[in-house]
Ligand binder design. Structure first.
Ligand code: NDP
Ligand code: 2IT
Length: 445
């Protein structure tokens, strides 16, 4: 088996030189599904896995814009349309200076499996740019978004490809992009999700990734007769996903002791309360400041240039970015008594870190399962747009909760081993089966 896996990974490395995050994401899936494929020759014959690592379409384009000084700026825009086997391409747009094709291909690849797990009909994609919204004026962000959409609008549409938010892309950016799409195409459609409530957005979409991740962890805890009540939680990040993870954890009686950004983390040993969380929301969504500023206000500790994983906690919620928990961080978490990890971010744990969690038999699921609530609620936003109706907060939240329970069930079904649920195998195989069978049904495409 391992020879087959290594041969396949050699092919991936040869065809995609230097794209390390993409190799990492593919390897995780291949290790899970290769034994399954061996037992089901129809997938081998159709070269399904070989097809899945090749995007259906890759679009790379120039994004020129004028900054506030009147100087010309040039960024690079991308959209990776990975798979449309089960529905229109769907996935977020990342705006961050680190964005490159390897990172977007890893995200698009994972999105295919994640979207399949949601039970909704969505294919997988990811896009973005090396544009850095940090430190830019609203006017500059708008100029960039308009230029980005001027090119991207040729390739997307409500039945073709429906982008959404991700790192650096929130409600403000989606608004500017939607406005430009509407202007060029002269149509008001659900071409993006994460829209404002007045113009086609869904209630609960901003909350969905964080809430969904907490619902998923609740399900994992239930398998061991446990719950979130009274648990101490370490959360990383302080953006969209982190904020609503904290909100739901507070509601369910857990104590959140950390939040971070790329400069460092705050440690509040008494737990961040609702009032403090509101300050974080103001700081991050309106003032666009640094998490350090909260430390003074909350009278808590701040650790510069460090990640929160050496703080003792029962549950860790990595909600910032990829590879933010390495092998040492994982060992520290386990040593300190961590019993579960809820990945709000995409691929936040390195493969060595994942091994540490699995060896210790703690509750660990990959982000493609635990953070799928965001895209699932995007799917619900698409449904509401098609119906030209909007559902209540309770209705959307109920559907989100049901979807997270259904994702957990799929992971258990395909990942149950004696005495342990291997959520990595479960999520990968469940996602694979749905997409692979659809590809076989549709012939050589
Ligand atoms: P935001 O831009 O709202 O927030 C990102 C947070 O992570 C910020 O606190 C940011 O700090 C921090 N961060 C980003 N990059 C790095 C880095 N390289 N090192 C350290 N910290 C970093 O993004 P989201 O909350 O939307 O996304 C967070 C994660 O969740 C990502 O992995 C994303 O792919 C994933 N995700 C998002 C979904 C969504 O619906 N938004 C859905 C599913 C997954 P700083 O401000 O200093 O950069
Ligand atoms: O990684 C993700 O799932 C997202 N950024 C959300 C994608 C979406 O289409 O809502």
């Amino acid at each position: 088996m391992s020879k087959k896996i290594e041969e396949f990974m050699d092919l991936v490395a040869r065809k995609n030189p230097g794209e390390t995050e993409f190799h990492q994401a593919v390897r995780e899936v291949v290790e899970s599904v290769m034994p399954f494929i061996e037992k089901n020759p129809k997938y081998q014959k159709g070269k399904i896995l070989e097809k899945m690592i090749e995007p259906e379409r890759t679009i790379i384009f120039r994004v020129p814009w004028l900054d506030d000084q009147g100087e010309v700026q040039i960024n690079r825009g991308f959209r990776i349309e990975m798979s449309s086997a089960i529905g229109p391409y769907k996935g977020g747009i990342r705006l961050h200076p680190s964005v490159n094709i390897g990172i977007l291909k890893f995200l698009a690849f994972e999105q295919v499996f994640k979207n399949a797990l949601t039970t909704l009909p969505m294919g997988g994609a990811k896009g973005g740019s090396d544009f850095d919204p940090k430190g830019k004026s609203d006017n500059e962000v708008m100029k960039f978004c308009q230029s980005f959409m001027t090119e991207l609008c040729k390739y997307i549409g409500p039945n073709t490809d429906v982008p959404a938010g991700d790192i650096g892309t929130g409600g403000r950016e989606i608004g500017y992009m939607f406005g430009q799409y509407k202007r060029i195409r002269n149509e008001f459609t659900g071409v993006l999700t994460g829209k404002g409530l007045n113009w086609g957005g869904s209630l609960i979409r901003p909350e969905a990734t964080g809430y969904g991740c907490v619902y998923f962890v609740e399900e994992m805890l239930k398998t061991r007769g446990d719950s979130l009540k009274g648990k101490t939680c370490a959360v990383s990040g302080s953006g969209n996903v982190a904020q609503y993870t904290v909100e739901k954890l507070i509601q369910l009686g857990a104590k959140v002791v950390t939040l971070s950004d790329s400069d460092g983390y705050i440690y509040d040993k008494d737990g961040i309360d609702s009032k403090e969380l509101n300050c974080v929301l103001q700081l991050k969504n309106i003032k666009r400041g640094r998490i350090k500023e909260c430390a003074k206000e909350f009278n808590c500790k701040y650790f510069e240039k460090q990640r929160p994983w050496n703080i003792k906690c029962d549950i860790a919620f990595p909600s910032a970015t990829q590879n933010e928990i390495d092998e040492n961080d994982a060992k520290t978490l386990v040593k300190n008594g961590c019993i579960a990890v809820g990945e709000g971010a995409n691929m936040p744990t390195t493969p060595e870190g994942v091994q540490v969690f699995q060896k210790a038999k703690i509750l660990y699921a990959p982000g493609k399962a635990s953070n799928a609530g965001g895209v699932a609620t995007s799917g619900l936003e698409m449904s509401q747009n098609s119906l030209r109706l909007s559902w209540t907060r309770e209705e959307v939240d109920r559907r989100l909760h049901d979807i997270m329970i259904a994702i957990h069930e799929q992971c258990v079904r395909y990942g149950k081993e004696s005495g342990y649920i291997n959520y990595v195998n479960g999520a990968n195989i469940a996602g694979f089966v749905k997409v692979a069978d659809s590809m076989l049904d549709q012939g050589l495409v």
